[in-house]
Design a protein around this ligand. Sequence first.
Ligand code: ADP
Ligand code: MG
Length: 326
Amino acid sequence: MDEPSATEPERDREDAGESVIATRGLTKRYRGGQLAVDGLDLTVPAGSVFGFLGPNGSGKTTTIRMLMGLIEPTSGAARVLGRPMPRSSRAVLPHVGALIEGPALYGFLCGRDNLLRYDAADPTADPRTRRARVATALDRVGLTAAAGKKAKAYSLGMKQRLGLAAALLQPRRLLVLDEPTNGLDPQGMREIRSLVRELASDGTTVFLSSHLLDEIEQVCTHAAVMAQGRLITQGSVADLAAGVRGRLVVTTPDTGDAARVLKEQGAADVVVTDDRVTAEPPDRDLAEVNAALVTAGVRVRGFGVERASLEDAFVALTGEGFDVAG
Ligand SMILES: Nc1ncnc2c1ncn2[C@@H]1O[C@H](COP(=O)(O)OP(=O)(O)O)[C@@H](O)[C@H]1O
Ligand SMILES: [Mg+2]
């Protein structure tokens, strides 16, 4: 390798807050004319767990393929670990572990042999530590017991785990995981989430895509939201949710009266479920709203504003629900 590792000054700049991934106007139009990614400006801070969120067809995988130098952008630029892609692929990719949609596996080999072969194809990987690193990676993704089974007999979830193990064979500065929980059951999803947290606590920046909002919310420090190839917003998860007011929730046996008073007080989108009335909070002091309920004889058992979720933020930003399939 001509450039086996990034220079120290470069690493310092990154630690000082330089982004690990930065794109400017990144655009991909496929040959068929499909505009899959449209003028993307993405900034992924060092040390973040960055959720790349968007419904199916919103351009996540296309973006990741451009970041990894697998396809050329139509226009715009991408930098990964401070270097331009795809031009610096040979210098950058050894520091990046990637799991991209449909990992390529040899079905006739067992899981362990797939990893041994994958590692052997990496000129930066030390053959002396290969067996031990493969065993550790299998263990981290929970595949030790199935390591001797042929990959063609693996479930989708097991293939996904094997792809993840391949990304973990060496210490990385950046992990790029495209829908890492695809095909996993809820228990498997939890395991992947705790693995991602563990990797992040070692200082690895993790960039993961998902079409599942709560998954992003549970594990990510930062997020970017995509829809139809365009970036809708990006920032820390806390800031994204804070930009949106949560819903007002009143718990009471007198739901009918409570709903009427809330409407009189200017609350919008009033919804009654069982003993709860929820609404968009009106633009006034909520103490007055509470007093009005009590004055009207509503027995208020609970009154408060629920913290806004990323889903609320998404709905507020796009004016639509999240589960729109592309
Ligand atoms: N190789 C391709 N050729 C043409 N169109 C493609 C190709 N890959 C993806 N697309 C289209 O580009 C858009 C974005 O796809 P993709 O990046 O896979 O989205 P996501 O990963 O968010 O589901 C979709 O409309 C998809 O149909
Ligand atoms: Mg995809």
